[in-house]
Design a protein around this ligand. Structure first.
Ligand code: ATP
Ligand code: MG
Length: 347
């Protein structure tokens, strides 16, 4: 009996049951600690060529290789490695402090990979503590939140956001008190807050920090604030604004500021860009791809993405999908030229 490719793959790959697709595949958002833990512990496996539809077959929209290249895995850029190290140092420094912990600010322009760095830090600590102390349902080492949207009276429901993540939606009584209790019991080490740019006005930011300061002081967690312009939003709230400054002094808080940027065109930055390209190159699963193929188009990718991680990721992912669909199975200049990203197309 002749088996179809799909049947062969099913027989060979018994690692995990296929998800029952009742709707188009979509990314999942970690809305509470259980979903976040699952996301942090899961590792997305790259599809193997030997398990994929053979070269030359027309692929459907649910083809695993096509879906995989829709958003390649996070590559461990030098920025991520450095940020992980610096955050680790700060966490260790804060470890024995009940008061006076210093937080971290993650700032940088749009599309330069801030949220990706933030998530990589979270995943690192979630896994590290689970490896060190063994898995434990009651431990919540990392809380990851977005600045909640304003509700009536332009207040933001921070307590609700923390409680939802901790899975306490239906608990009655003082939400903040139970958030603090849970975070202490769950040994939370790290609170990651993304979307700081949503705190547009000084009053909005001040209100937010009135709440966040309480949580920070009452728990053992180190806070990381991430967003465009986060330094100028967070810094005024973490420093002494009362003492008169010496004329030579600069007004500055004591939180560490980590800054992402696009990879520019100086000699050093071009080398850094080439390294990142190599990391993406190693992720590609295309039939005619040879290791380091992307180096041949590195200059083109640099000019077109202008060194922004978001554009770079989009260019490579879209080109890979075109290469799979067209059967070219390799990322070349011609394939990249077919990507319309960032272009004006006259109709
Ligand atoms: N290390 C990485 N590996 C793979 N892809 C990455 C990496 N960093 C960034 N990207 C890609 O770039 C996209 C944009 O990155 P990210 O969302 O982290 O930027 P951002 O600085 O948070 O942008 P914004 O200011 O708009 O929030 C990501 O969705 C991802 O596709
Ligand atoms: Mg972001």
């Amino acid at each position: 009996m002749e088996l179809t490719v799909e049947e062969e793959r099913l027989l060979r790959d018994t690692r995990a049951p296929e998800p029952l697709l009742l709707a188009p595949p979509a990314p999942s958002w970690p809305e509470n600690c259980h979903a976040w833990r699952a996301l942090a512990q899961s590792s997305l496996h790259a599809p193997k060529l030997e398990d994929s539809a053979p070269e030359g077959t027309k692929v459907g929209s649910l083809d695993p290789r096509l879906l995989f290249h829709g958003h390649l895995r996070t590559v461990n850029t030098p920025a991520i490695a450095k940020a992980k190290l610096l955050v680790a140092e700060q966490i260790l420094a804060n470890q024995q402090r009940r008061h006076g912990k210093a937080g971290i600010i993650l700032d940088g322009p749009r599309g330069t990979g801030k949220s990706t760095v933030l998530q990589a830090i979270g995943v690192h600590w979630e896994r590290r503590l689970s490896d060190l102390y063994g898995p434990d349902e009651n431990r919540i080492p990392v809380i990851t939140l977005n600045v909640p949207p304003p509700t009536r009276g332009s207040m933001r429901n921070w307590a609700g956001a923390f409680a939802r993540f901790l899975g306490q939606e239906r608990e009655s009584g003082d939400l903040t008190e139970s958030v603090i209790r849970t975070m202490r019991n769950a040994r939370t080490r790290l609170v990651l807050i993304d979307g700081i740019e949503r705190l547009r006005t000084a009053a909005d930011a001040e209100l937010a920090f009135q709440y966040l300061d309480v949580i920070s002081e009452e728990t053992g967690a180190t806070f990381v604030y991430c967003g465009r312009g986060a330094q100028f939003i967070v810094d005024p709230l973490t420093r002494d604004n009362d003492t008169k400054l010496d004329p030579t002094e600069q007004l500055r808080g004591d939180h560490m500021v980590l800054r992402t940027s696009r990879m520019g065109f100086s000699g050093e930055e071009s080398i850094a860009f080439a390294r990142v390209i190599d990391l993406f190159d190693a992720e590609l699963v295309l039939y005619r791809h040879q290791p380091h193929d992307l180096r041949k188009v590195a200059e083109y990718l640099h000019t077109r993405s202008r060194g922004y991680m978001r554009s770079l990721s989009q260019l490579i992912c879209q080109a890979a999908q075109i290469a799979i669909r067209s059967g070219e199975e390799q990322i070349t200049l011609e394939v990249l030229e077919k990507v319309s990203l960032g272009r004006v197309v006259h109709l």
